[in-house]
Design a protein around this ligand. Sequence first.
Ligand SMILES: C[S@@+](CC[C@H](N)C(=O)[O-])C[C@H]1O[C@@H](n2cnc3c(N)ncnc32)[C@H](O)[C@@H]1O
Length: 280
Amino acid sequence: MSSYRHRYHAGNAGDVLKHALLIEVLNDLVEPKLGRLVYIDTHAGEGRYTLLGTGEWTEGIGRVDAAEPSAELLPLREALARCGAPLRLAGKGGEYPGSPQLALTALRPTDRAVFIERDPETSALLRRLVGSDRRAEVKTGDGLSLAKAVLEGTPSENTVVVHVDPAYTDKTEWTDIVGFLYDLREARPFAVIMLWYPVKSLTRPNALHATLRKSGVAASVVELQVTPLDIERNALNGSGVVLIGATASCVSRCAAIATALGPILATHEGRFTVRTLGWT
Ligand SMILES: C[S@@+](CC[C@H](N)C(=O)[O-])C[C@H]1O[C@@H](n2cnc3c(N)ncnc32)[C@H](O)[C@@H]1O
């Protein structure tokens, strides 16, 4: 089993893009007062993190916290505040919420959230955090297979949102995910799916996009590179989100959020790239 622990990465530039877009996707669906929404987080993590003194968050949420507020980032700021303001981000001992806690701030009292986490210790921490919320259920096991089982028992009239956020510690995760997305779309054609991926170079992201496109899954992509790739730094140089089933207006707001984050998160002043792609 992998020893990946998200606590060492919590609040980094990848988390900030992912969480800002997650809030946007959920707000887009709860605003029109659609029926019950079922949110499934396949790789849920601990749900809340204590920020370490020298953590990656200083290059992520630490910068957003210090930046001038902007309209594009207001929903993220509001969601963070609802998770327990003040977050005391400055300095050691601050806290940052994970996707489960953020998603719960966006969901309505009648919605449902299923959080799946494979690591038993991590899943126990999450259960302790959200266990008293009637809307939330934590399952321990493989995210992709448990998500399929949850969907089989979910009434077809429910709006389904699936957030897929693998750790990418094994390169097979890049390819396994395509079959999962294809099957999910076949089973629930109206599901809204968001898949986060890291960018070190463009080799794996481009292969992911091409395979998805070839498999016939219509999608949009919003990607933010915060470090110029020509530097060939072997680190997280950016990240992207594949959006399936999201409305066109939601996708364009997601692109605007990435563009607002670019200058804030750029590791080399002013040098960032937002890529937006789409296929039907
Ligand atoms: C990137 S972190 C998740 C972060 C979280 N989604 C957030 O935004 O706060 C990935 C998580 O997936 C868990 N994990 C790894 N393989 C898994 C699997 N096959 N099924 C479910 N969870 C898995 C890891 O233990 C880790 O907590």
